[in-house]
Design a protein around this ligand. Structure first.
Ligand SMILES: *Cc1c(COP(=O)(O)O)cnc(C)c1O
Length: 391
């Protein structure tokens, strides 16, 4: 098939040519001055994206490794933990805490919805002895395309002393998150979603309050130990050999993020959300999430009556070399998910919408030809007007 593949997954996401080239360099001594310069620059750069002046540790792992690091460092076996879940990744965070021996109480909300802060408030108010030590939550639930109002949840927690642990693997750098201002203690992210670099790095941000909890623990971990990481960080190093090529890529991606500006980036993602949702609706398709909960990073679309979501994906791959994601667990073959985070352009999404429409027509779904792409164009034109007015 001619041309590059269109990768519209909610991770891994397309990697810019600039980042690919930056990674294509020789190895250097990870205990030398050249690496120290890169290390110090990327740690500071990642902190800016979190809007934090606290600590960030970078691990060579996928996002799940970062979540496990959060649990291993800040939750002790036997701790009572409240895990809020709105989908597969919320369930996973709870499972990790269970694997480490925490007593997990799970508060789940229907898939496609966001968590209700009032329910969380109730739970915490009932915990008058402050037995709950930590609250786990997902910022952007990639499996459903709903995202949580973390700021509102944190506010609803009031002055309950439990640590707030947030999975923002697919949220950070696409959706607004202000770690310090919102009072979040621990926030995890990863490289292959909005950071525009390949899989293989996770980011663990934590504040002094969390570090204090870590220090009071009798047992902890070795490879993931944040205190060891901070010791080496002071020397511009990591305790163990870092994936140097990914650091090259991260350095370049952070430059791109700074050039564009984090507020511009989050605005761009909100625009993608509108473009995809409005276009898909114009085609007559249904969305899994309502507008309030809809993620700026990924959109879940219900397959039309009588057609499997996976047959739509299959057709788009075979005929157009376009990759979109399927549903997970109970949503397999029920929804397909269009990832629109990271290094994406308007015209990539117009292409996907056009391909989706042709696919549905070819599969004999009775839709009006041209409605989706027309709507996508309208959204693009509207946004161009907004940008020109701001300039
Ligand atoms: C991608 C993702 C993860 C981590 O998945 P890995 O495959 O381990 O990188 C965790 N949480 C969310 C919300 C994600 O989107």
């Amino acid at each position: 098939m001619n041309g590059e593949q269109y990768l519209l997954l909610p991770g891994p996401t397309p990697v810019p040519e600039r980042v690919v080239r930056a990674m294509n360099r020789s190895m250097i001594n990870h205990r030398g001055p050249e690496f120290k310069a890169i290390h110090d620059e990327v740690v500071e750069g990642v902190k800016k994206i979190y809007h934090t002046n606290q600590h960030v540790v970078i691990y060579p792992s996928s996002g799940t490794g970062g979540l496990e690091a959060a649990v291993a460092n800040f939750i002790a076996p036997g701790d009572r933990v409240l895990a809020i879940s709105i989908g597969v990744f919320g369930d996973r965070f709870a499972d990790i805490a269970r694997a480490f021996g925490a007593k997990v109480e799970q508060l789940s909300f229907p898939w496609g919805k966001r968590a209700d802060p009032a329910r969380i408030k109730e739970k915490l108010e009932a915990d008058t002895n402050h037995e709950i030590k930590a609250i786990l939550m997902t910022h952007n639930e990639t499996s459903t395309g709903a995202y949580n109002d973390i700021k509102a949840i944190r506010k609803a927690m009031g002055d309950h002393p439990a640590l707030t642990l947030v999975d923002s693997v697919s949220g950070l750098a696409a959706i607004d998150l202000k770690m310090d201002e919102w009072g979040l203690d621990v926030v995890v992210s990863g490289s292959q979603k909005a950071f525009m670099i390949p899989p293989g790095l996770s980011f663990l941000a934590f504040n002094d309050r969390a570090l204090e909890v870590h220090r009071k623990r009798s047992n902890s971990c070795f490879y993931w130990n944040v205190e060891t990481s901070l010791e080496y960080q002071a020397k511009g190093q990591t305790p163990f050999t870092p994936p140097i090529s990914l650091y090259y890529g991260l350095q370049e991606a952070l430059k791109m993020i700074q050039e564009e500006g984090i507020d511009q980036i989050t605005a761009r993602h909100r625009h993608y959300r509108k473009l995809v949702r409005d276009s898909v609706r114009a085609m007559g398709l249904q969305l899994l999430t309502d507008d309030e909960a809809a993620s700026p990073a990924v959109t879940s679309v219900l397959a039309p009556e009588g057609i499997g979501a996976n047959s739509i994906r299959q057709y788009m791959l075979e005929k157009f070399n376009i990759v979109i994601a399927g549903g997970q667990k109970d949503l397999d073959d029920v929804i397909f998910r269009i990832g629109h985070l990271g290094y994406i352009r308007d015209l990539d999404l117009l292409t996907v919408i056009t391909a989706l429409e042709i696919t549905l027509l070819q599969l004999n779904v009775p839709i009006q030809q041209g409605a989706g792409p027309r709507k996508a164009q309208e959204c693009i034109i509207e946004r161009l007007g907004d940008i020109e007015r701001m300039e």
